[in-house]
Structure formats: C-alpha cells, structure tokens
Write a protein that binds this ligand. Sequence first.
Ligand code: FES
Ligand SMILES: [Fe+2]
Length: 348
Amino acid sequence: MTLTQHVRNGWYLGAWSDEIGRTLKQRWITDIPVCFYRLPDQTVTAVEDRCPHRKYPLSLGHLDDDGTLQCDYHGYRFDGQGVCVGVAEQADKPKAALRRFPLVERDGAIWIWPGDPELADESLLPDTSWLTDPNWTHVHGVVPLKARHMLLLENLLDLTHETFLHPTSIGNAAVAATPIDVTVDGDRVGFSRRMIGIEAPPFYEKSCGLTSPVDRWQDGDFYPPGIFVLNIRVAATGTEEPDGFHMKVLYGMTPGRGNETHDFYALGRDYLIDDEELTRFQHEQQLAVMQEDVDALEAQEIMYATDPGGTAESSIKSDLAALRGRRAVAKMLTREQQAGGTRPRASA
Ligand code: FES
Ligand SMILES: [Fe+2]
C-alpha cells in the first residue's frame, strides 16, 4: 500500500458551511492551498491561496465589505470572480486572476472539486438530505489526522477493526465474526454486514436503550475518492426494517498537505431528536471513537512511511471492501494521469 498521490478529479468535503463566513479561511486540499470565503450575497468561494504576484497567502489578506479580496503583501485586489481589479502602486491593472474551484454548498456542507473544472459533476455527490431533514438531528465537525487518506479509507471500509480498536463503545466479537457482502458499481464500493441476535455494544445499548440480544445492520457506501456514508440500524432482535433505530455517519476523507488528512464527520439519528443529553453523549462517543482511529492510523502511517520498499502485506476476507476501495482510487488516479493530470503535485 504505497498510494500517497491524490485524485483531484473528484469531490471532497472542503468545509462545513458554518466554518465559512466573512473571514478568510485557509485549508490545504490535495496539496493545494485553498482560501475559502463568502461574498456579500453569502455565496461561498474557494480560490487558490497563492497570490499571483509573489505567492503570499491571500488568506493572510483581507476581505472588503463589497467582496473584494486584497493581498496584504503588496496590495493586489481581486473581485468576486477572482480577477485582479487593481493594485495601489500603479494605475493600470496587472493581468492576473485567481484559480477558482468548483463548489457545491448543500445541506450544510461545502464540496470542492480540486481537479479539472470541466469534469465536476454534481450527480457524483451522495444524498445528504438527512443533514437538514427535520426528522433527523446530527452533530458534525472535523478532526485532524496525520496519516495518508488511504489509511482512513481502509479503516472505514473494514469495520472489522471495531472489535479490536473500539471494544468499550461500538465493537464486540460479533463484528469480526460476521462476514460482509461487497458490491462494486463502477467506481463505487459498498458493503453490508448483518449481525442478528447479538450482544448490544455499549454505545448502542445506551444510545437506544436496548438490551441484548439485538440486530445490528451496517451498510457502507464509498463514493471515491473521499466520501463514505455508513447506514446503521439497531433494533430489538427480529424487528423488521424500517423499524428500529436509524443512524447515519458521513465521513469526508479529504487529503490535506503531504500525508495529512482532514477527517470530517457527521453523525445523525432519526429518533429522540430533541434529546440534547443523548446528542451530547453521542457526540462525545463519536469523538472518542475517532480518536482511537486517529491514534491507530498515525501509528500505522509511521510504519508505511518508513517502509518505502513496500514489505508484502497479508490480507484476509474482511479486507475485500478496502481492497476494492484501494483499486477504485488507483484507477481514478491512473485515468487522471493518462489524461495529462490536473496539475503537477506540489512538493510536500
Ligand atoms: S504577493 Fe500578493 S501582492 Fe505581492
Ligand atoms: Fe474505527
């Protein structure tokens, strides 16, 4: 597993809507520095965060009330379309424009396409309507991860690890003992696992007020290169779908700079939506589980980074979805490189 280059012709979660306002925000995405901000009409914009004059970060500049972005090194000024409209030192305008990225803002999430704008296709995004559905409630955020995107992707596509890495919250022996079904549809990879009549893991026991035995279903969908949605159902054993407790977890696995990744998450549920105590509990648990993953992935990253020769890996049946996910991303990268790439990768 050596894949450390990033697909750029794809959607990534760039930011949550509530992170972006009239303050300039820098976030590295696929090794590109990006500056996010909102124009006076509240439209969100993302431009490459390198001034075309001498590469100073525009995010260290400032935004005027009319939406003009000014570089605070030598004063280049850019309109809402990213076109340079002047500079204080001279009367004639320098010929310069900022690279702007295709964005979709929907259901409180801002999706960015860092590659060829001609290929940006909204239909490749997952359904996120549950993030704003009045019958659902959710928490969301982003956790920094010092490990390559591919390791996070494999972590989510192989939830067998819950048994070993999260034994006090969401994992127990039933997860590792239950095989998964894997489906591949074009670039997309899905898996499902049905755990019937099992002991309830502590998180679900407390979240749903259930006692064992329970049925627990996991259906994961990977939208390559960087989006994963997990549909969860937990119910008293023998309860028919669609009864029971429904939860969803969305992960935005967004490569940052070098082998760093932004680990965006949203955890939602469709029951007891006004129960703030439950929301707090679930959010704490989500962050605790993610920290266990972050600690593991950062330890794993060191082992991959110091093994450039690529010692052979051993694999088992439960790796299947993760291996399909790897292949999907590798194929996208090959297609992109054969098409001439979107831009040389920055050294990082
Ligand atoms: S670097 Fe931006 S104006 Fe000079
Ligand atoms: Fe995990």
